[in-house]
Design a protein around this ligand. Sequence first.
Ligand code: A5P
Length: 246
Amino acid sequence: MTEQPTGTQPAPPAGDPQLAAKRRAGELAVERYVRSGMRLGLGTGSTAIWAVRRIGQLVAAGSLTDVVGVPTSPVTEAEARELGIPLATLDEVPRLDLTVDGADEVSPQLDLIKGGGGAHLREKIIAQATEKLVIVVDESKVVDCLGATRAVPVEVVRPALRPEREFLEALGARVVDRTTPAGDPYVTAEGNRILDAWFGPIADARGLLAALEDRAGVMAVGLFLGFDPIVVVAGPDGVRELSAGS
Ligand code: A5P
């Protein structure tokens, strides 16, 4: 993994420093990587939304042309539509040039935990359809080991909720059924539930992912391993970029 210093950065917006970092990461990723003519995956969350907004601004200004976006969630779709970004589905555009998305954790190997917003099923489908994945985060997301600060979101079909919870517990996780702020069960865009599995630091993320993907009731695991993303990290000291290779 290499860290690349960035060039001149625009001044961060005033106010909450974490929000400013999220905004800077999202906007900068667009400036650096989004070009006219691209087929784009549009990520979900409070960081990726800044990339979507920047794309919308550039489309409205006419400086970004001939792009089409495939949203990773209904929330992103609604905002992108409002912004006037031309949209499509993977039925219409099955291969994407670039996706800009957020993450909950980024490991030194650039593996990820995603799904804090409950959209990781579509996010993984779109990441797999994408030539290049650009991840935008603030510094709090960079960890030494996946699982250090966040649960692994596991999307489960409703009838399998209890057996999959028990399976996760047998693997050593503390499992929380995700709920809405109102306390109702959280239901994903595909009509499934989410179990947030707290493992603590995960020594063998590949083994864990394989074990979970073997389960019939598991629709998506928020472990994104081996996607080789470019990670744009913004913090109080500026922006850095993490990538394998160069
Ligand atoms: C959505 O399901 C997630 O994968 C988000 O991309 C992730 O939770 C990061 O979200 P924030 O940028 O809001 O922290």
